[in-house]
Design a protein around this ligand. Structure first.
Ligand SMILES: *Cc1c(COP(=O)(O)O)cnc(C)c1O
Length: 376
């Protein structure tokens, strides 16, 4: 067998919407399909306001601008995350204060955040790993207590919930990704959710090159002008049209991925009971997105051997993030605190293939391959 790690899924609706977009003749951003997508997210998940962006990276950079992050401001975030989470704030000159993961899953350890807060802390950025929610009650009460805004890096969180509340709607701002590797894709693409009405206009302005063109289009102002800092964060209509073709099938996509995730979990439960393999920890409060399925090994050495073993059987499994606090770029800037859980996920976590259409037979083969590694 040869099982790829990921395979983008096409719903079959994308080409129709792409040609509709071309026929409509409006190809730049903020047209018919952009509005359809934004309406879809606002209606389905109750996000107060959304803006499509060219990527989640861009949505994160937009967040840092909307929050007016300045040189010397401190921003708390997990070390175990994608580089874009940190880069967005690093680009504004912020001092990144990395927090450890919690012992049970790769998400930020909410119990350690308060110790990291100082009078200079300007944002707490959380990342819900695999679309499994962080402990948002604890995090939001710290946010209220200290008046520090929360940004949710919800890149992996389409259709994921914390106590029935959609992820990306809890912090002041949330960011989603439609990269090829995500559940719903437009190749590259992203979304910013703005959950605080006080930030609607500001986000809209920065998103559109620092102009009030959106207000002008609504007839709120007579001309559009340069009113603030800004840049071009909007995708073109072709990206939005493609994305809409995916959103039309979101329920089928999510159902299929959930079945795959659950099949992995039940298939590997016995292996995890008999051998030192760790399975994902999903707290009771979380309904996740089935974005990824991971296992953990007791050591990095064992992970290497298991990955090799899987590769030799045609199973393309991969490891994931490398702790940002000890990255070549950041190690010299880090304050020296040990972040053992982030390091443990860095060296022991394996992601198994997960894509729309992965068959039961393939899941069985992958699970058997893992068992074989431990039983021999
Ligand atoms: C995928 C991902 C990103 C980046 O998304 P892009 O759309 O590729 O910019 C950021 N953060 C996390 C947690 C991700 O998984």
């Amino acid at each position: 067998m040869n099982i790829p790690f990921n395979k983008p899924h096409f719903t079959g609706r994308e080409a129709f919407h792409l040609s509709e977009a071309a026929i409509k003749g409006h190809l730049a951003g903020n047209g018919h399909y952009t509005r359809l997508c934004q309406d879809f997210f606002e209606k389905r998940y109750g996000f107060r306001k959304t803006l499509l962006t060219t990527s989640c990276t861009d949505a994160l950079e937009l967040s840092a601008l909307v929050l007016d992050i300045q040189s010397g401001d401190e921003v708390i975030m997990p070390s175990y995350t994608f580089v874009s989470t940190a880069n967005a704030f690093e680009l504004r000159g912020a001092k990144i204060v990395f927090a450890d993961s919690n012992p049970l899953n790769p998400n930020i350890d909410a119990s350690q955040i308060e110790n990291l807060i100082t009078p200079r802390t300007r944002a707490i950025v959380v990342m819900h790993y695999g679309g499994i929610a962080c402990e948002m009650d604890t995090i939001m009460s710290l946010s209220e207590k200290y008046g520090i805004p929360v940004v949710e890096d919800a890149a992996q969180c389409i259709d994921a919930f914390y106590r029935d509340i959609p992820l990306g709607s809890i912090g002041k701002l949330g960011t989603f990704s439609f990269h090829e590797t995500k559940n719903i894709t437009s190749g590259e693409g992203g979304l910013l959710t703005i959950n605080d009405p006080a930030l609607f206009e500001k986000a809209e302005t920065i998103h559109d090159k620092g102009t009030n063109r959106a207000a002008f289009a609504r007839g709120d102002v007579l001309k559009y002008e340069w009113v603030s800092r800004g840049s071009s964060f909007m995708p073109n209509e072709l990206t939005a049209a493609f994305l809409y073709g995916q959103l039309e099938h979101i329920d089928a996509i999510q159902q299929n991925r959930t079945e795959i995730w659950n099949a992995y979990y039940s298939r590997l439960k016995e292996t995890a009971a008999a051998f030192p393999v760790g399975l994902p920890h999903v707290p009771d409060y979380a309904t996740h997105s089935s974005h990824l399925f991971y296992i953990t090994t007791p050591s990095q050495e064992e992970r290497s051997r298991l990955l090799q073993h899987l590769e030799s059987r045609g199973v393309h499994a991969v490891f994931h993030y490398l702790s940002l606090h000890s990255s070549p770029y950041f190690a010299g800037k880090h304050d020296g605190r040990q972040l053992p859980n982030a390091d443990r996920y860095t060296s022991t976590l394996i992601r198994l293939p997960l894509f729309f259409g992965l068959t039961e037979e393939q899941i069985d083969y992958i699970a058997q391959s893992i068992e074989l590694f431990y039983r021999k």
